[in-house]
Design a protein around this ligand. Structure first.
Ligand code: ARG
Length: 469
């Protein structure tokens, strides 16, 4: 700090041993302020707790600590009101804030970095950020699950064609369908809560890599910041970004799940399917074709999945092959983290609203179900009940399906005589007993689509969501 000592031409907080100022292009290349300013709240929170600890162990006088806390309070206000002088020459958010503290309160500010390095400082800020974001995601996913359960209740007795390979397979209850989506997001929610559990350790006190000779009290700072504990090895702590990779992995899976639902409903909202009605406020038009209504929201949810996966690949590629411990490569972690966190937050939030406000179109679904062969498996299973080995039953029903197709009849309209051509086991008026409702109701084992079974599962999920995280 040339003004104070006359000996530091570089003007940097770390410039004591430097004999010239940093090259401008190097400054621009190495700065992280343009993106790590997102961490400012966490940085100040961490520094305030650190200052309180330094005062407790006698390295700051009560007066110095008071000035420091007041200085940070002013900086908070300045940043909130947009008056804070962000300066690229001070490289990152940490040094911008420390420099500003010095301008505001003078000499006591020179003690705030006692027993601390930017390496443990940034590790702390990132953990605090990930904790907030992971908790927020768990809560948003809880909302999405609740909406899916509400839809499940609303559509409890509706019959939907179930698909494999996008070909009609077996009939489903509406509640079974919506709970299937809920299950995915319920697992995602747990994944974020696991991220919280693993991130919940304070790295502060790791110093640059080998701690400090000063008598710090790591546990009290950790407690003040709301952590459940402290990390166990400083060398690891300044380089550990596993919690970011964990967060991104959880984000990738949410995105994958979102993209699947989005794709399904993009298809279901076409004229060809017409199964789902999405309100106009979630659709957009074409600049050329006046008749168009496009499901852009769903398409973007699907498309953004690529970005989140890119962020995940970016972070693990960044971490690969890094020697212990802190390396400047790590500065690049933030872009991936912030981008993925914001993308999944927005996507979950908007899909939750879109699902809540859309409805299934009874008439189109009924049309799609009519004349279908969705009950063929039920017929084969009936033959099994009457003693026919499943493989043989499968083949008999296969031939019946082909026969019905050739003679232009639906399975449910086959006569006893028709059926008798293929097996002596069918009882009188058998075809008339085949209904979609009956098919679903009979699948009433645990995890099956019978509405009363699905009701039980809904209660279990609600119970899980009601439990404290
Ligand atoms: N801006 C840096 C980052 O985000 C802070 C840590 C810098 N540490 C250092 N030794 N240069 O990684």
């Amino acid at each position: 700090m040339s003004k104070e000592t006359g000996k530091n031409p570089s003007r940097k907080l770390w410039g004591g041993r430097f004999s010239e100022t940093t090259d401008r292009e190097v400054e621009r290349f190495t700065e992280s302020l343009s993106f790590d300013r997102e961490l400012w709240r966490y940085d100040i929170r961490g520094s305030r707790a650190h200052a309180a600890m330094l005062a407790r162990i006698g390295l700051l006088s009560p007066e110095e600590e008071k000035l420091i806390q007041e200085g940070f309070a002013r900086i908070e206000k300045e940043i909130e009101s947009g008056e804070f002088p962000f300066r690229e020459e001070f490289e990152d958010i940490h040094m911008n804030i420390e420099r500003r503290l010095y301008e505001l309160i003078g000499t006591p500010a020179q003690k705030i970095h006692t027993a601390r390095s930017r390496n443990d400082q940034v590790a702390l800020d990132l953990r605090l950020y990930v904790l907030d974001r992971a908790r927020e995601m768990a809560s948003l996913l809880g909302d999405l699950v609740r909406v899916a359960l509400r839809k499940a209740r609303e559509n409890r007795n509706r019959i939907l064609p179930g698909y494999t390979h996008l070909q009609q397979a077996q009939p489903l209850s509406g509640s079974y369908y919506f709970v299937a989506h809920a299950e995915r997001f319920l697992r995602d929610r747990l994944r974020f809560l696991d991220v919280v559990r693993r991130t919940d350790r304070s790295p502060l006190g790791s110093g640059a890599l080998a701690g400090t000779t000063l008598p710090i009290d790591r546990i009290s700072v950790a407690q003040e910041l709301g952590f459940s504990g402290i990390t166990g090895n400083g060398l690891d702590s300044v380089s550990d970004r596993d919690f970011i990779a964990d967060f991104l992995h959880a984000s990738v899976l949410v995105s994958v799940h979102l993209s699947g639902w989005a794709e399904e409903w993009i298809l279901w909202s076409t004229r060809e399917f017409g199964f789902v009605r999405i309100p106009d406020r979630y659709m957009t038009g074409s600049s050329m074709m006046p008749q168009k209504k496009n499901p852009d929201v769903l398409e973007l949810i699907r498309g953004k999945t690529g970005r989140v996966l890119g962020d995940y690949v970016g972070i693990v590629t960044l971490l690969k092959g890094l020697p212990m411990s802190y390396n400047r490569d790590l500065q690049e972690d933030k872009k991936h983290l912030f981008d993925a966190a914001e993308t999944v937050r927005q996507s979950v939030s908007i899909l939750t609203r879109l699902v809540a406000e859309s409805s299934l179109v009874e008439e189109r679904i009924r049309q799609a179900l009519s004349g279908s062969e969705l009950l063929a498996t039920d017929m084969a299973e009936d033959l099994v009940r009457w003693g026919v080995p499943f493989r043989e039953a499968h083949s008999i029903i296969g031939r019946i399906v082909a026969y019905a197709e050739q003679s232009g009849k639906s399975l449910a309209s086959l006569s006893d005589q028709d059926l008798g051509l293929f097996s002596p086991h069918f009882p009188k008026d058998y075809a008339g007993t085949l209904t979609m409702e009956g098919s679903i109701a009979r699948r009433n084992h645990a995890g099956g689509p019978a509405p009363e079974r699905v009701d039980e599962r809904i209660l279990e999920i609600e119970h899980e969501l009601g439990l404290p995280d």
